[in-house]
Design a protein around this ligand. Structure first.
Ligand SMILES: NC(=O)C1=CN([C@@H]2O[C@H](COP(=O)(O)OP(=O)(O)OC[C@H]3O[C@@H](n4cnc5c(N)ncnc54)[C@H](OP(=O)(O)O)[C@@H]3O)[C@@H](O)[C@H]2O)C=CC1
Ligand SMILES: O=C(OP(=O)(O)O)[C@H](O)COP(=O)(O)O
Length: 334
């Protein structure tokens, strides 16, 4: 069976998920929505992806320039088994009624509240919870990054304190800042700690700061340990954890700039770094505290999670078979 997939919201996340769907042998991309006939809409068409207007109200924009759409979102919903909602944060919850009415399963992204879906999802942490579900939320990029590494060392965690240094905007997003400021999330905890708890039951507090960069987010993580572990054992655990890669400053990975260059050198589409990048030298244990620093490519780390969520919702594969298939199809290194 090939699951028929639609993508509502063909932006940073939506276009990458659409691409990933085309790489799966058990899924078929039926179409994507656009609100306007900009270069992304024309590029989708060139790629042979049917483009639907995101709603009837947007049709005149397409008609005006003679851009032929395949229909509107309601037509797309009639064609698909599942819709991946990658519209701006908060819009997914409003769209849910449309999906319910059409009897279509839906995946929401991290900009939506946990209550929008039946389960909040990170494949390697709780794949089974999404089996057969109708509404799943793939948690935010930072939450996904935290959950990947923390679930790997879950048995050692007493309490986690993490500071998120968040990129201000995506490279394509010219409207956002800050340009010359650091913006704290003045509410502590930031949404990330409580969000991790929607996936794995650990003690965690987080704070977050937005800084003027577009490349990646960086996390400084401190874990109070429940039982002793040595740094070299944490290295071994991360080395055997899927979608987590260790990078060494010693080899020239001084900053997020080199991590992105590494993804470019791999000829990854859009220089996606699907894996969470942990600096090996940063892994250290002092007394009962473990420290490490990791980076998250916000544009791409949630993409494999969307693919695994589809497999779980349609019970197409068990957890490790799904992760294996997704990793192989996207060239994820391990
Ligand atoms: N960017 C990131 O770093 C990450 C984002 N997320 C989450 O993913 C979700 C999407 O974010 P992101 O991809 O960055 O957002 P973008 O702004 O890049 O893309 C959203 C897209 O939604 C489309 N859109 C706008 N209005 C409507 C509408 N009324 N109906 C349908 N589509 C509409 C726009 O398409 P059009 O061009 O046609 O107007 C736009 O391209 C959010 O929940 C976000 O929190 C999660 C992880 C990381
Ligand atoms: O999910 C993300 O970040 P978050 O985990 O800090 O909420 C994405 O980078 C989107 O964040 P944005 O809402 O600042 O664009």
């Amino acid at each position: 069976m090939r699951v028929k997939v639609g993508v509502n919201g063909y932006g940073t996340i939506g276009k990458r998920v659409a691409y990933a769907v085309t790489k799966q042998d058990d899924m078929k991309l039926i179409g994507v929505t656009k609100t306007k006939p900009d270069f992304e809409a024309y590029r989708a068409k060139e790629l042979g992806i049917p483009v639907y207007a995101a709603s009837e109200e947007f049709l005149p924009r397409f008609e005006k320039v003679g851009f032929e759409v395949a229909g509107t979102l309601s037509d797309l919903l009639n064609e698909v088994d599942v819709i991946v909602d990658a519209t701006p944060g908060g819009m997914g919850a409003k769209n849910k009624a449309l999906y319910e009415k059409a009897g279509v399963k839906a995946i929401f992204q991290g900009g939506e509240k946990a209550t929008t879906a039946e389960v909040s999802f990170v494949a390697q942490a709780n794949y089974e919870k999404a089996l057969g579900k109708d509404y799943v939320r793939v948690v935010s990029c930072n939450t996904t990054g935290l959950t990947r590494t923390l679930s790997a060392i879950g048995g050692y965690i007493d309490y986690v304190y993490a500071v998120m240094i968040r990129r201000a905007a995506d490279p394509n997003d010219a409207k956002r800042g800050p340009v010359n400021a650091i913006t704290p999330s003045v509410t502590v905890p930031s949404h990330h700690g409580p969000d991790v708890q929607t996936v794995i039951p650990i003690n965690i507090e987080t704070s977050a700061f937005v800084v003027p960069t577009t490349l990646m987010h960086v996390h400084s993580i401190m874990v109070e340990l429940k039982k002793p572990i040595e740094a070299k054992d944490v290295v071994d655990i991360f080395e055997s954890t899927t979608r987590v890669l260790l990078f060494e400053k010693e080899r020239g990975f001084d900053s997020t700039a080199q991590l992105i260059e590494f993804a470019r050198d791999l000829h990854r589409e859009w220089n996606n770094l699907y894996e969470i990048a942990v600096w090996k030298e940063s892994i250290s244990v002092r007394g009962n505290r473990l420290f490490y620093i990791q980076a998250v490519h916000q544009e791409s780390d949630v993409v494999p999670e969307n693919i695994d969520a589809i497999r779980a919702m349609f019970e197409l594969a068990d957890k490790w078979e799904s992760i294996r298939k997704t990793n192989e199809s996207l060239g994820i290194l391990k």
